[in-house]
Design a protein around this ligand. Structure first.
Ligand SMILES: [Zn+2]
Ligand SMILES: [Zn+2]
Length: 118
């Protein structure tokens, strides 16, 4: 499988294989798949395409900014770099919610510590 990227004409999602258009509502340079939210480590600075890493970047969390805007935190599976990316207008809401709920569905501590007699 090859993953050629053509910066201005969209890209093929490295995770789910979907064709993703570069232009999207709410963002000038889309860098993640609206379906599974995975990205690729292509940029040192947003949009510069100068990073040689090119490993897939997994969506790991949602950040809510002071103005209420949501951003996706991506972690590179190759070098562990963290990037924060604004969500795009056509990102799949269910995929975003799954990201929000993941830590709640999989807590790092036993839930029976709530309300139990201790
Ligand atoms: Zn995808
Ligand atoms: Zn990387």
């Amino acid at each position: 499988m090859s993953h050629k990227s053509r910066p201005d004409s969209g890209f093929t999602c490295i995770h789910c294989g979907r064709m993703v258009a570069a232009q999207a509502y709410g963002t000038s340079h889309r860098n993640h798949c609206p379906c599974c939210l995975w990205s690729r480590h292509l940029d040192d600075e947003p949009g510069d395409r100068r990073c040689p890493c090119r490993s897939p970047m997994a969506p790991i969390a949602i950040e809510v900014r002071a103005d209420g805007e949501w951003a996706i935190i991506h972690r590179c599976t190759g070098c562990d770099t963290l990037h924060t990316n604004r969500i795009a207008g056509d990102d799949r809401e269910l995929a975003l919610l799954a990201l929000v709920l993941r830590p709640l569905a999989n807590p790092a501590f036993p839930l029976d510590c709530f309300g139990a007699d201790r």
